[in-house]
Design a protein around this ligand. Structure first.
Ligand SMILES: Cc1ncc(COP(=O)(O)O)c(C=O)c1O
Length: 399
């Protein structure tokens, strides 16, 4: 029997959601949660149409690499699908420990802890360490996962201008020396494709005794001599307290990691809510990331191809006169600057068989509405030419 009044009672949370859905429908603004029927390499199929996937973070194109797929299949055969519990209570498995040891060695840190999402890794790298009375200094443009960590603490927060060491210096200069300080930055900014001026930021931090958390989700596998990321690219090995990142980009899996000195990682293992109260990474996800890391180390041709593709794409966009916000990496925004026009271009690209993602203010600064695109090693020269032609046509048509 239905309880009287249960549905009719004005439920402000449900009605707020209904109103939002109605607004979305009225605007015919439905650019999210597409249903893709199939994916293969750098292609997806939507409504039966094949499209070039230009927004995936599969930078090295390893999601269907035979060694990665086989490793995931074998892990399921040997271990089953899940450990169905958190590691602190139910124990780690040898595949967790193996991947952590491999990541720590590759990143040049003493220890590493993997978590079930990059988002959780970023959140916990701040929430576990910053406390009331501390000061967090944060680049304005960092990812939502880092803000989630910041918002979970009771520390004071000071934002500084994006990639601006002078602004950081000014913020630090007025602070008392005895206040514990924590810097939050990204190695490669996911929306802008900008590389952090890490050397200058770290020099400033060293002067002010600041703990540094670097999210290198988009630098790992992309930058550095062997793909170790932004720290290696900038020659700052051993100077960052915690390097955090995601297994869902260059490592073609899902999950995240936090790497640093053993004492810090041990502290994280026993204090991080995101670790203690969340189930461990599954056998297949861990095995896929581990095999992808081996491929990254043993087959440098994927990274070489990624950079060839990136340079070709950036050159092509320059010739088309498209504003890429100064991106220097495979994460390439196409800045449009106006919400309606961004939508029209996005829609036209869909028609042309090119899938991109819209980022609209306030997700980006006002006037920077954009289409986020990302380059993969899997894209062929022919596909890149098709993409550039479609982008040129869509921008022209939208004027
Ligand atoms: C900069 C940055 N940090 C963290 C994350 C979260 O990683 P994950 O998707 O693995 O949860 C993302 C995801 O897109 C990201 O772009």
């Amino acid at each position: 029997m239905r309880r009287p009044g249960r549905r009719s009672r004005a439920n402000s949370i449900a009605s707020r959601c209904q109103q939002d859905a109605a607004t979305q429908a009225r605007l015919r603004f439905e650019p999210w949660y597409h249903h893709m029927e199939r994916q293969k390499g750098a292609k997806v199929w939507r409504d039966g149409h094949e499209m070039i996937m230009l927004s995936s973070n599969d930078y090295l194109g390893l999601t269907d690499h035979p060694k990665v797929v086989t490793a995931a299949q074998e892990a399921i055969r040997e271990w089953g699908t899940s450990t169905t519990g958190a590691r602190m209570a139910n124990g780690s498995r040898s595949f967790h420990r193996d991947l952590e040891a491999k990541l720590a060695t590759f990143l040049g840190t003493e220890a590493c802890q993997i978590l079930s999402a990059g988002y959780l890794a970023c959140q916990t790298a701040i929430a576990t360490f910053a406390q009331k009375g501390d000061l967090i200094l944060v680049d304005r443009n960092v990812h939502s996962s880092l803000w989630a960590g910041i918002n979970q603490t009771q520390a004071r927060v000071e934002r500084f201008a994006h990639n601006n060491p002078r602004d950081l210096e000014e913020a630090l200069r007025v602070e008392e020396a005895k206040t514990p300080k924590l810097l939050v930055i990204e190695g490669v900014y996911s929306m802008e494709g900008h590389v952090s001026p890490l050397r200058e930021l770290l020099d400033t931090c060293a002067e002010h005794n600041c703990f540094v958390v670097l999210d290198d989700a988009h630098g790992f596998g992309v930058l550095g001599e062997r793909g170790q990321g932004t720290v290696s690219h900038c020659g700052c090995e051993g100077e960052v307290d915690l390097i955090v990142g995601s297994l869902s980009k260059s490592l073609a899996s899902t999950g995240g990691y936090v790497a640093g000195d053993r004492a810090l990682i041990e502290y994280l293992r026993t204090h991080s809510k995101q670790t203690i109260f969340s189930a461990a990474l599954s056998p297949s996800q861990t095995a896929a990331a581990s095999a992808a890391l081996d491929v990254l180390i043993d087959e440098p041709e994927h990274r070489a191809r990624l950079w060839e593709n990136t340079r070709y794409y950036l050159d092509g966009l320059k010739q088309l006169g498209i504003d890429t916000w100064g991106s220097e990496t495979p994460a390439v925004p196409l800045v449009v600057g106006d919400r309606e026009r961004t939508y029209r271009i996005w829609k036209q690209l869909l028609k042309e068989g090119v899938f991109t993602v819209m980022a609209i203010a306030p997700a980006v600064p006002p006037g920077k509405d954009l289409l986020r695109t990302a380059i993969s090693a899997r894209l062929t020269r022919q596909e890149l030419d098709r993409v550039l032609e479609a982008i040129g046509k869509a921008f022209k048509k939208s004027r």
